[in-house]
Design a protein around this ligand. Structure first.
Ligand code: SAM
Length: 248
C-alpha cells in the first residue's frame, strides 16, 4: 500500500496532501479516489486513510484506522560519521537508514577533505525515502555538520546523549572485537558509533574519543573504505545489540 511521511498533529480525521508528496501519489503511483494509503508521522504513528478527493494536484484523505506497526530496533543507534566526498554520504545515509540507525551526525575531522556542505536537505530526503521504502515508522534525524572535537567536548550539544549512551570508535589501527565489547558493555539501549573519513581519525582524535568513554573497536586487519566501514559497523552493532538477529 502506498506509504508517505507527513508531519501530522495527533490522530487527524482528514489529511491534506500537497506538494511533492501529492505529486508522488498522483504522478508516480497513479493513486485514485477511493484508494487506501498509509500516512506516517515519522515519529512512530501511522494511519490508514482513504483518498476522498483529488483536485488541483492536491489530495484529501479520510483517516479510517491507526496502523499498529513497528520496524524499529530496541537499540537506539547514532552514527557519528566523518564527512565524505561525493555521493558516499548519500550511500551511507540510505543504507544505514535501512539498517535501523536513528540519528546521523556528520562531522568534520582533522583529515576531512570537506569542511562544509549544503547537502543536509538532500540527505534528509534520502533518509525519508529509505525509511519509506524499508517499512520504517521513524525517519532518522540527520544533524547539522559539526567538528568531531565539538561532539566530544564537555560543552557538546550531545553531552547528555553521550552520558546516556555507550560509545564505540571504529579504529582501523586496533581495538577490541565487537563481541569483546558486548562482554564489557552488556545490554545497551543507546549506542553511538563513530566512523572516520577517507583518511581516518588521527591518533589525537582517537585518544580524545577514548577519554570521553568510547571503546576502540576493530573489524579485523583489512582496511575498509569509510562507506563500507559505516555500513558494516551499523549492521554488526544492530546484530549484537539490536534487532538484526531477530527471527520473524
Ligand atoms: N586511515 C586509513 C588509511 O587511510 O590508511 C583508512 C581510514 S578508513 C578508509 C575510514 C574509516 O573506516 C576509519 O577511520 C575507521 O573508522 C573505519 N575502518 C576501516 N577499516 C576498519 C577496521 N578494519 N576496523 C575498524 N574500523 C575500520
Amino acid at each position: 500500500m502506498p506509504r508517505i511521511f507527513l508531519p501530522l498533529e495527533e490522530r487527524p480525521e482528514t489529511i491534506h496532501i500537497a506538494g511533492d508528496k501529492a505529486r508522488y501519489l498522483i504522478n508516480v503511483l497513479r493513486s485514485r479516489m477511493g484508494d487506501e494509503i498509509i500516512v506516517l508521522d515519522g515519529k512512530g504513528f501511522s494511519y490508514g486513510a482513504e483518498i476522498t478527493s483529488i483536485k488541483n494536484k492536491e489530495l484529501f484523505a479520510r483517516v479510517n484506522r491507526v496502523v499498529p506497526y513497528d520496524a524499529e530496533s530496541k537499540a537506539h543507534i547514532t552514527l557519528v560519521q566523518g564527512i565524505l566526498k561525493g555521493e558516499k554520504m548519500e550511500f551511507i545515509i540510505q543504507k544505514t537508514t535501512e539498517l535501523g540507525v536513528n540519528e546521523i551526525v556528520p562531522v568534520t575531522t582533522e583529515r576531512s577533505q570537506l569542511r562544509e556542505t549544503r547537502k543536509a536537505p538532500r540527505w534528509r530526503k534520502i533518509a525519508e525515502d529509505a525509511s519509506r521504502q524499508c517499512g520504517r515508522t521513524h525517519v532518522p534525524k540527520i544533524h547539522d555538520l559539526i567538528p568531531f572535537r565539538e561532539v566530544l567536548a564537555p560543552s557538546s550539544p550531545y553531552a547528555q546523549h553521550l552520558r546516556e549512551s555507550r560509545g564505540l570508535l571504529f579504529w582501523e589501527e586496533g581495538g577490541m572485537s565487537l563481541t569483546g565489547a558486548k562482554d564489557v558493555l552488556g545490554v545497551c539501549r543507546s549506542l553511538i558509533i563513530s566512523v572516520g573519513p577517507e583518511g581516518g581519525f588521527t591518533k589525537g582524535e582517537a585518544r580524545m574519543a577514548q577519554s570521553s568513554g568510547f571503546l576502540p573497536i576493530s573489524m579485523g586487519n583489512r582496511i575498509l573504505r569509510a562507506e563500507t566501514a559505516a555500513i558494516a559497523a551499523a549492521a554488526l552493532v544492530q546484530y549484537v545489540w539490536g534487532d538484526l538477529d531477530t527471527g520473524i
